[in-house]
Every structure is written in structure tokens, then in C-alpha cells.
Design a protein around this ligand. Structure first.
Ligand code: NAD
Length: 462
């Protein structure tokens, strides 16, 4: 695969300060497909300086001009969507149709939404005898994971650019080629030099250097809760802003009045998509005791249908981790009704679509984020019991509620401690705020709420 051997800093590809590299592996066949530079503190420093130097001019650009650049970026993402999908498939392992529809498709919607928001957002308002300005926070250090490699970059960078911020991106080490393609797209879109910069590298080296850098005003991180806590502590100590998009263990609550077959079918598909590597996946399916056995049979059937259509997990470490969780589920007494810990193929980091029945709320597989194609069916006795189970984890990122009518589902959803709930299979909305309650994070992404994260207010009194 095509790869740059430098960093994109100040509008050009520049050699890295050191000679270390990261091997990019195709998780479907375990072959090395490219090498990218593993940047260090020196590269991060050069990128932050470029971002800081570009900040005053970009921050002062008229919102309409920023909107035009983001619209141009969206157009490049459209023009290069096939290349993007092939690249995501090569380094993440997602099946090509999923890469085309989701990994290449969703970023186009999100970039388009920020082109419109940059043009229409009220960056200035009158409050009594004051004028309140929404001004850019400054230089953003963006640290992204591998599971939705382009979406997570665009959700941060398009919002930051719309706000008038400049950015240094440190993408995940497993998916740097998608990030390099994005940097090419930014360049092609005519975004001025220094406004967006890319440093590839390891999390504890380049990522940490970025989070700690004095020249960064806001750290926007998506990834594991463990790393998020460290980044939050570092940012807090420096009185720096921080946005954290962390893990989840979301509940799919099926109320007795719901269309059970539909709720179970959509619920299983929601977990299996992207091989279960979705932070907002509904990995706990909550079913009333009277419908439990039927739901188990439906879920097992739906998972079996997935069979070969599921892609591999991203790397050997995740492969071992997810299979370890499945073994733990068995050891703690849950009943396997589909899949299991055995690797279904000799090559590649594949895990079979797995369904557990007889899962109780305190089991490890019902509490911790597995990040693999594993769904747990938990029984509840009544609505209060369902709510207690749904809210009974440290996370609160997403969820789903199914009922005979929307009003009944909404009443339940309003009692859930979670940031986003799909009602009776609600559709993705790129303008809806996305983010967590409790340990799922701090801050919101997408839409105007996502834009506001990159703004700070100044009030002038008259
Ligand atoms: P991670 O948190 O280690 O990595 C996410 C990003 O943070 C990467 O860019 C990484 O390089 C960077 N990073 C790592 N250590 C850092 C540090 N000390 N300072 C600054 N940046 C650092 O996640 P992972 O190891 O790729 O995945 C582990 C688990 O995290 C998964 O099993 C899953 O549970 C969870 N996860 C969640 C999400 C999500 O969207 N919420 C995404 C990926 C992974």
C-alpha cells in the first residue's frame, strides 16, 4: 500500500526527526502492507509550532471561507471514497462493502454538516447590553483510535476547523494510512499550511508528547478509558481543556410490547458490524423473562447467519483479548449459544459471531468493554429491574429501547444514564450530539454541540 515516509507539517510532507517506523499489518492475512514513521517529541513540537503559527490567521478567517474549505474537503473525500474504503479494509480489516458504506460514507456526511454549520453558526450574539463572541479555543491536539479511523478524525478535525482552531493529529498506530490519506485530502482542499498537521507514532511516545505539550490548548481524545483517565489528569494539571470519548457497555432494552424479532435482529447486527469494534455497540441485550428463550433462539440464528461476512479484529492483541473475554464468560457460567473462543480461521485475527445466554448483570462480560463480536442476553423481571441493569455499569455512552410505541420507549430512555439512545431502531443522525455519561467521557462530538467544544466565549459590555 502507498505510504508517506514523513509527517505532514506546515503544509508539506517532511522527514521525521528519528528513524523509527511502525509496521502496518493487514489483519485479514497478517501481512505487513506498509511502514510509516514513528514520530517522537521533536516531530510533535514541530507540528504544534506550525499549528500555533497558523492560528491567528485561520481564527480570523471569515466563517464563510472556513465553510468553503471544509466543503472542498468533503468533495475530495467523495472523489477519493474508493481509495479510502480500500485503505480502511487493508489496515482495519472491515469487509469492503462496510468500508464503502460506513468508513468512507459517514465522514462525507460529517464533513458536509460542518461545512454548513461553519456558515450558519451564531459566532456572535447579543445578551442584554453585551455582545458575546464564540472564539476558537486555539491549537487542538487530536488523538484518535483505529475502530472508525476516518470518522473519528473527521468528527474532530472538521469541527475544529469550523470553529477556527488549528490541529495536530496523532492517529492510532494500527490505522495510519487512512490518516495519511486524510492529510492529502486536506492539502488538496486548499486548507492553508499549518492549519492541519499529522504526526504518526506510538501512543505513549507521540500521543503523550502531544497531550503534554504547552502549545496545545485542548486535547480531544477518543479511545480506551484507561488512557483517557491519564490524558484527563495531564490536561487538568496544566489547566488545559479536554474532551474524552471513551468506552461503552450499552444496553439494548427490549420491552415486552416490542417487535421481538426485529429488535433482536437489529440488535445482533448492531454488535456484529465492524466486528464488534464499536464503542457505542449495544453489547447487552435485555429481554423480559417471558420472552427470553425466544430471544435467545432468534439471536443465535441471527449470529449464525453472519458467519463469514464478519471481518477480523484489528490486531493480534485485540484477538487474544476478545477470545480471553469469551473464555471468561464460559468460566463464569454464561451459556454459549453461538460462536466461541476458537479462532474460526487459521490466518487472520477472526472471531466467530458469539452469543451468550444466561448472562447475569455482574459477570465480567456484562460489565467490561469486550470490543469484539460478542452479545450477552440478560433477563429482567420488570421495567425497574431492566432500568437497574441498564444503568448498572460504569459506562453510559449509548443504548437502544424497543417498545410497541415510541412514547413508551421514550419514557424508558429518559430514565437511562446514557448519552445517546436509539428509539425503535432510530437512524444515524450526523447532527445529533454523541458522547458519554459517567466514565464514557467528557464532552460531545458532532453537530453544533461538537462545534461548541472548540469554542470559548468572550463578552463585551456596552
Ligand atoms: P488506546 O486508548 O490505547 O488508543 C487510542 C489512541 O490513544 C491511539 O491513538 C493511541 O496511540 C493513543 N494513546 C495510547 N496511549 C497513549 C498515551 N499514554 N498518551 C497519549 N495517547 C495515547 O486504545 P487501544 O489500545 O487501541 O484499544 C484498547 C481498548 O480501548 C479496546 O479494547 C477498547 O475497549 C477501547 N477502545 C475504545 C474506543 C472508543 O471508540 N471508545 C476506540 C478504540 C479502543
Amino acid at each position: 500500500m502507498k505510504a508517506h515516509d514523513g509527517m505532514y507539517i506546515d503544509g508539506a510532507w517532511r522527514p521525521a526527526a528519528g528513524r523509527d517506523t511502525i509496521a502496518v499489518v493487514n489483519p485479514a492475512d497478517e501481512q505487513v502492507i506498509a511502514e510509516v514513521p514513528a514520530g517522537g517529541a521533536e516531530d510533535v513540537d514541530a507540528a504544534v509550532r506550525a499549528a500555533r503559527a497558523a492560528l491567528p490567521a485561520w481564527a480570523a478567517t471569515a466563517p464563510a471561507e472556513r465553510a468553503a474549505r471544509i466543503a472542498a474537503l468533503r468533495d475530495v473525500l467523495v472523489a477519493r471514497k474508493d481509495e479510502i474504503a480500500r485503505t480502511v479494509t487493508a489496515e482495519l480489516g472491515a469487509p469492503l462493502p462496510f468500508s464503502q458504506a460506513v468508513h468512507a460514507g459517514v465522514p462525507v456526511l460529517v464533513a458536509g454538516s460542518y461545512a454548513e454549520l461553519a456558515a450558519s453558526y451564531a459566532f456572535e450574539e447579543k445578551v442584554g447590553n453585551s455582545t458575546v463572541y464564540a472564539e476558537p479555543v486555539g491549537v487542538v491536539g487530536a488523538i484518535t483510535p483505529w475502530n472508525y479511523p476516518l470518522h473519528q478524525i473527521v468528527a474532530k478535525v472538521a469541527a475544529a476547523l469550523a470553529a477556527g482552531c488549528t490541529v495536530v493529529l496523532k492517529p492510532a498506530e494500527d490505522t495510519p494510512l487512512t490518516a495519511q490519506l486524510f492529510a492529502e485530502a486536506v492539502h488538496e482542499a486548499g486548507v492553508p499550511a499549518g492549519v492541519f498537521n499529522l504526526v504518526t507514532g506510538l501512543g505513549p511516545v507521540a500521543g503523550q508528547a502531544l497531550a503534554e505539550h504547552d502549545g496545545v490548548d485542548l486535547v480531544s481524545f477518543t479511545g480506551s478509558t484507561a488512557v483517557g483517565k491519564r490524558i484527563g489528569a495531564t490536561a487538568g494539571a496544566a489547566v488545559k481543556r479536554v474532551a474524552l470519548e471513551l468506552g461503552g457497555k450499552s444496553a439494548n432494552v427490549i420491552l415486552p410490547s416490542a417487535d421481538l424479532a426485529k429488535a433482536v435482529g437489529v440488535g445482533v447486527a448492531n454488535v456484529m458490524g465492524n466486528s464488534g469494534q464499536t464503542c457505542s455497540a449495544w453489547t447487552r441485550m435485555l429481554v423480559h423473562t417471558s420472552q427470553y428463550d425466544e430471544a435467545v433462539a432468534l439471536a443465535a440464528e441471527a449470529a449464525a447467519k453472519y458467519g463469514d461476512r464478519i471481518g477480523p479484529l484489528v490486531n493480534a492483541k485485540q484477538h487474544a483479548r476478545v477470545r480471553g473475554y469469551i473464555e471468561k464468560g464460559v468460566a463464569e457460567g454464561a451459556r454459549l449459544v453461538a460462536g466461541g473462543p476458537e479462532a474460526p480461521r487459521e490466518q487472520g485475527y477472526f472471531v466467530s459471531p458469539t452469543v451468550f445466554a444466561d448472562v447475569t448483570p455482574e459477570m465480567t462480560i456484562a460489565q467490561e468493554e469486550i470490543f469484539g463480536p460478542v452479545v450477552s442476553l440478560i433477563r429482567y423481571e420488570d421495567e425497574d429491574d431492566a432500568l437497574r441493569i441498564a444503568n448498572g455499569t460504569v459506562y453510559g455512552l449509548a443504548g437502544a429501547v424497543w417498545a410497541g410505541d415510541d412514547a413508551e420507549a421514550v419514557a424508558f430512555a429518559r430514565r437511562m444514564d446514557t448519552g445517546q439512545v436509539d428509539i425503535n431502531g432510530g437512524r444515524f443522525n450526523p447532527l445529533a450530539p454523541f458522547g458519554g455519561y459517567k466514565q464514557s467521557g467528557v464532552g460531545r462530538e458532532l453537530g453544533s454541540h461538537g462545534l461548541a467544544e472548540y469554542l470559548q466565549t468572550k463578552s463585551l459590555q456596552f
